[in-house]
Design a protein around this ligand. Sequence first.
Ligand code: 13P
Ligand code: 13P
Ligand code: MG
Ligand code: MG
Length: 369
Amino acid sequence: MKTTVSIIKADVGGWPGHSTMHPALMDEAKKELEKAKKAGVITDFHVTYCGDDLELILAHNKGVDNKEVHTLAWNTFKAATEVAKSLKLYGAGQDLLSDAFSGNIKGMGPGVAELEFEERKSEPIICFLMDKTDPGAFNLPIYKMFADPFNTAGLVIDPSMHAGFVFEVYDVYENKKKTLSVPEELYDLLAIIGNKSKYIIKRIYPKKGGKVPETEAVACVSTDKLSLIAGEYVGKDDPVAIVRCQSGLPAVGEAIEPFTFPHLVSGWMRGSHVGPLMPVGLADATPSRFDGPTRVVALGFQVANGKLIGPVDMFKDKAYDNARQKANKIADYMRRHGPFEPHRLPAEDMEYTTLPKVLTKLKDRFKQI
Ligand code: 13P
Ligand code: 13P
Ligand code: MG
Ligand code: MG
């Protein structure tokens, strides 16, 4: 029987403001999911957080886009929202954009990343959780994991990876997708994914002849952009991703290596700024400075017969101290720009923020030169 791992996440209330998760929300979620596990809807679960986002990591055998599993997640977020409301947490229920839930959580506000696979003899996965950014923040690290031989030694020295991988890329504005085969189409891939607000890596597939069947996705990123769903700023689309590792795929160490470089991402304060992505252990996934800087957590599991053996808090490792220090230096430098670009997002990305309302007010005061 195949196993599915789903990460479904939503911001249902921040404590205080947008900084972190109140434990009562996680307790409520655990209660709901424990019931569902007993009832056989899911085989296992892990409830956690990154910043103010409630993260449900679910194992089941119902496949991706499953109505029962999505409904479970939706109802869990609803229950946690009630707790958030009772504590008057900030933005209670913020990511649940509609009351008309119809069984698929996509487009409803929460973020989703799911992989269905035949469990191998050993099945290591990493769940990456980010807060205060958008799905494009995964483009660079996923590219490095699956296409950069300077990051992933296996692309060069492991015969079962040497053929490369297939990238599925979404155009989130046009609602279109495209697949590119790497390394042959490497430059074409980079030509599009460098524009990380429009083109987002959605899935990675292995090639034929490898150890994992070419039909089974081995990585998946949540691509839900809240601003495009809601049409106005309702908080950032803090993304998540699942990456399967080892035996013909990047080793665990290769999957987490890209995060030693705290690259610049969109998000941070009011979802309107550019700043560094800081890899942190779970205890430090509490963005506070200027509501940030952006955090990423990596939780490692071994999947065993539908059970999630873990998590292991991968970025707690001392070896990420330099990346954190660099991120802090970059944060100081970027903050000195105040409201000036490129710390503030470029105009086209500010369209979905509250800035256009200010600009409308000023419009009539401009005279022809
Ligand atoms: P696998 O071939 O099992 O992925 O082993 C590679 C490895 O562990 C490198 O660190
Ligand atoms: P979240 O997307 O994490 O809720 O943050 C929104 C924000 O405005 C931070 O300043
Ligand atoms: Mg929030
Ligand atoms: Mg958030």
